[in-house]
Design a protein around this ligand. Structure first.
Ligand SMILES: Cc1cc2nc3c(=O)[nH]c(=O)nc-3n(C[C@H](O)[C@H](O)[C@H](O)COP(=O)(O)O)c2cc1C
Length: 204
């Protein structure tokens, strides 16, 4: 009887072993594929959630972006909890309808007086603009990483910064910038036209 059980277990294991061994072919999209497939998504799958671990991966990637003197002044306020999420969505004006089913929002800010500053003085005429520059750059890394992981985003400049500041207890030292929605698309928008290289660049 015991030998019978042993043989059954042995053959089951032998059958399953190759299946466990065969590597799952996970195709990572190329950089060009990520760029081409990223779109501003304004309709999200209500059935799919985003985990804190996923968002941590996105922020870790955003932290790889260059910043002025490596000051890394960009900050992220991640909203995953449903009650807070519903409240924050009300602070996005007309964007509410775009992100009503998005499972996550990330409010991005930057700490003023760091990027572009030296000993408390603006280094040049761009001033606090460098903080915006760094934050935009880090946001770009974040949204492209999201796309690589199969997720979608919408950058929103239309938002009530002061209401979000109160909701998330964002200190006055920080300027509230864009709100990013995060989730999974249920629409596939076509690519809006882009200018040609010759329209935007001059070569010397
Ligand atoms: C700084 C910034 C602010 C934006 N604000 C909004 C917004 O408030 N609402 C919105 O629907 N789209 C917003 N967008 C998305 C743009 O409309 C979108 O990126 C542009 O039309 C190009 O489309 P694509 O992202 O699909 O390539 C914003 C984009 C950026 C970069």
């Amino acid at each position: 009887m015991k030998a019978k059980h042993f043989l059954a277990a042995f053959f089951t294991a032998a059958l399953l072993f190759p299946a466990c061994q065969s590597p799952q072919t996970v195709q990572t999209p190329s950089f060009d594929e990520i760029v081409a497939s990223r779109r501003s998504i304004r309709k999200y799958d209500p059935a799919r959630t985003v985990s804190e671990a996923d968002v941590r991966t996105l922020i870790a990637t955003a932290l790889e972006a260059p910043s002025w003197a490596n000051v890394e002044a960009t900050r992220y306020y991640v909203i995953l909890e449903s009650g807070k999420l519903a409240q924050a969505k009300q602070m996005l004006g007309g964007n509410l309808r775009n992100v009503e089913d998005a499972p996550a929002l990330i409010v991005t800010t930057w700490v003023k007086g760091q990027s572009g500053f030296f000993r408390g003085e603006a280094t040049n005429e761009v001033g606090e603009g460098w903080g915006t520059y760094d934050a935009g750059l880090s946001n770009a890394y974040l949204i492209l990483k999201a796309r690589e992981m199969g997720m979608d985003t919408l950058i929103m400049g239309m938002r009530d910064a002061e209401a979000l500041r109160t909701l998330l207890d964002i200190p006055q030292e920080e300027e509230v910038l864009a709100v990013l929605s995060l989730g999974y698309r249920v629409e596939d928008p076509s690519r809006p036209n882009r200018k040609s290289v010759d329209e935007v660049a001059r070569f010397f």
